[in-house]
Design a protein around this ligand. Structure first.
Ligand code: ATP
Ligand code: MN
Length: 467
């Protein structure tokens, strides 16, 4: 076969130099046609769109043609021609075809319309479907948007460790990391495991958040963000929780909670706008195939400013709804940790736009949040989104050494884990704030997918770590 430089299909479909000889490589999505002419829809992953290959059967060997089946990988040389019927501006009149990889009829993606559950069982092949191609291209684009947003605003990308020896945040939710022989654990007279000979000489785990180290950086570099994997061994089999997910955590010196809310709102809007500007074909595909309201919802979020409401006011609204006959599965009262159904009621039914709930009871929030004067609430902020519920959790941090220490003691957090964190308050303490955005929750929103397992290539959930 003649050697011609390969063109990616995304670029090829924009070309107008009809008559040129081109080469494309990709996988057969469909093949149809008559006894004289066949049409192959070829996709190479660079775009949701296929290029149509027109094959005059008389010009090709019968044995070769038999190998052109759904899923087979082809290299095609041919003439770029203006298309009339393919739905695209250009198509290829095939001159030479090489089958790079054959694909027999055991290929599980023979026809369209598989359930999402089935596709999860073949997660090694599902990127070859239109849906997952779209989702993973959007995932890439969102990651780029995130780095661009922070870089343009002078934030530094800071790498916090994935292995940590402090469990102050995630008690009970952490995956332990050890090189000890689990069949032969050394214990002391109380039956506690002795970690002296473990790899780190003490108990270690995978991180549940980079925030505490992020604060060390923010109080030195001014404004930082993290963007990396996070691990939570929470046994909650929901459509919104993964055991391994990616989190973005900006942390900014001198920001108070209002600045923090401004940053969160600007950030999410930037990402949503980016998806519409840079992934329109993929978003439109998902809109048309799965979720007819998707594009409207994305545009809706951009138009309106987010409601900002104290938790206490939110509870009043929910209690009124209950008094008026609305049925929730879980009870509503001041002090409750809101369930997703409560969050979605506020967003989808009451306000009909995103809501930032602030000033939560201190008992249901982390020890490091700034305490309000009322002695009951802390300067927390959760951003609540339609269809998702909580997409961001954040706060202004307690900057006062004594108040922070008192809270740590009240909660019995071991001081041996906290001395380095407290040093930020001891030496040149400053007001500062930050938040965590779950990357896959953002992707749920932007793709319209219903289950978080379908926006990460290889989901890790309770009892599932396949591939
Ligand atoms: P939730 O109440 O939904 O479990 P959380 O209060 O535990 O969330 P934070 O600890 O505030 O969440 O984490 C910050 C963000 O990380 C959340 O707003 C959410 O977007 C995301 N997140 C938290 N847990 C998970 C998870 N298990 N899988 C995917 N994303 C998560
Ligand atoms: Mn949680």
């Amino acid at each position: 076969m003649e050697t011609i430089r390969r063109t990616k299909i995304v670029d090829l479909l924009k070309r107008e130099d009809f008559g040129a000889m081109v080469n494309v490589k990709g996988w057969v999505r469909t093949r149809r046609g008559s006894k004289q002419v066949n049409f192959i829809a070829l996709n190479d992953g660079s775009t949701i769109n296929n290029v149509q290959i027109v094959v005059d059967l008389a010009n090709f060997d019968e044995e070769l043609l038999k190998l052109i089946t759904t899923g087979a990988c082809l290299s095609v040389n041919g003439e770029l021609v203006k298309s009339v019927g393919s739905g695209q501006a250009a198509e290829i009149q095939a001159r030479e075809i090489e089958v790079l990889g054959t694909c027999d009829n055991t290929y599980p993606l023979q026809k369209k319309g598989h359930s999402m559950e089935f596709l999860r069982e073949i997660a090694h092949l599902r990127p070859r479907t239109n849906t997952f191609g779209a989702v993973f291209r959007i995932r890439h684009n969102m990651a780029i948007a995130i780095h661009k947003f922070f870089h343009e605003r002078g934030f530094f990308y800071f790498h916090t460790p994935l292995i940590t020896a402090s469990d102050c945040e995630g008690a009970g939710q952490m995956f332990q990391v050890t090189t000890m022989n689990l069949y032969d654990l050394k214990k002391d007279e109380n039956g506690s495991i002795i970690y002296d000979n473990d790899f780190f000489g003490k108990q270690a785990s995978l991180t549940v958040s980079g925030q505490l180290e992020g604060e060390l950086a923010a109080t030195a570099l001014g404004a930082i963000y993290t963007f990396g994997p996070t691990f939570r061994a929470e046994n909650s089999n929901t459509p919104r929780h993964l055991a391994e997910f990616w989190m973005i955590e900006p942390e900014v010196a001198f920001n108070d909670i209002n600045d923090n809310m401004d940053l969160a709102e600007e950030f999410i809007k930037y990402c949503v706008q980016w998806a519409l500007d840079n992934c329109y074909d993929d978003v439109k595909f998902l809109n048309d195939m799965f979720d007819k309201g998707l594009i409207d919802r994305l545009q809706g979020v951009l138009k309106e400013s987010f409601v900002r409401l104290p938790y206490t006011e939110g509870i009043k609204i929910l209690e009124e709804a209950v008094a008026n006959g609305h049925k929730f599965e879980f009870p509503v009262y001041w002090g409750v940790d809101l369930a997703s159904e409560h969050e979605r009621f506020l967003v989808e039914e009451h306000f009909k736009r995103p809501v930032i709930l602030t000033d939560y009871p201190k008992e249901i929030k982390a020890f490091y949040m700034k305490q309000n004067e009322d002695g009951k609430t802390v300067r927390a902020m959760d951003v609540l989104f339609p269809k998702i519920g909580e997409i961001i959790g954040g706060s202004e941090r307690e900057a006062d050494y004594d108040k922070l220490l008192t809270r740590i003691q009240e909660l019995n957090i071991p001081m041996k884990d906290m001395w380095w964190y407290l040093d930020t308050r001891k030496y040149g303490s400053c007001p500062h704030s930050g938040f965590g955005l779950g990357f896959e929750r953002l992707l749920l929103f932007v793709t319209g997918m219903a289950n978080i397992r379908d926006v990460i290539p290889f989901p890790r959930t309770p009892r599932n770590a396949e591939f």
